[in-house]
Design a protein around this ligand. Sequence first.
Ligand code: R5P
Length: 280
Amino acid sequence: MKIVSGPASQSLSARVAPLLGCELLKVETKVFPDGEAYVRVLGETKGEKVVIIQSTPTNADFVHLLQLIDACDDAKKVVAVIPYFGYARQDKKFQPGEAVSARAIAKAIDADAVYTINLHSDSVLEFFRCRAKNLDASPLVGDFLKTMKLRRPLVIAPDDGAESLARNAAAGGDWDVLDKKRVTSYKVEMSPKKLDAANRDVVIIDDIVSTGGTIAEAARILKESKAEDIYVTCVHPVLAADAVAKLSSAGVKKVIATDTIEKDVSAVSVAPLVAGAVKK
Ligand code: R5P
């Protein structure tokens, strides 16, 4: 087995290869004057099981993934690990005439098997033409939280969609979900459903932090509830535009994420999860 280091997942690929004792194949990339992308896998893939690790937060990353799969056309088997699969949130037509973007992208991926991590919706798995499996990084996030010496920690999901993440990351500790109540037609109030956040360190967890709007709102409410330090954790740190500044202004002390997207906040590696899945 060989690991191909996709340009968007180079650090993660370099962490996975030694866990499996596999050769790591580097990738040369360049952009032609007209903007077209070029990739070349540096090393032998003929007759091998090849695992390409490449997240797709941008359109260019997606094109690189397609090119890498094509470049490995002499391999015995091509496994695409897509730690962050972009476009997963457009998994249905919300309005007539819209593209189901997750389907359009998934259908184009011509691999023998696909692994994703904490896909926004499991329904996206059905769009792939090959066997596709979704892995869960929340226990790894939970392991990291245990090392943080938090005071009476409470893990909170900002909505029902993130409930299982909160439960897993709490790892037997306290967790809760924020409840939205419409007070008037203009006013919505949010508070934890079961537990009081006062005088506790709170960790807000979500699958994706993109603009930071969802979490900033949750952080403000928890500050008003007299929570102590507020931390934010997520699997996929998209962190678009001024998301980090927005979270900091909302009173968030630190953001902790995984390396499905490689950012400064990527303190938790999903490498053991990926290595465990692809070696089977
Ligand atoms: C939405 O359903 C997701 O689980 C996240 O809550 C959402 O993508 C976060 O987006 P933003 O950071 O832009 O509020």
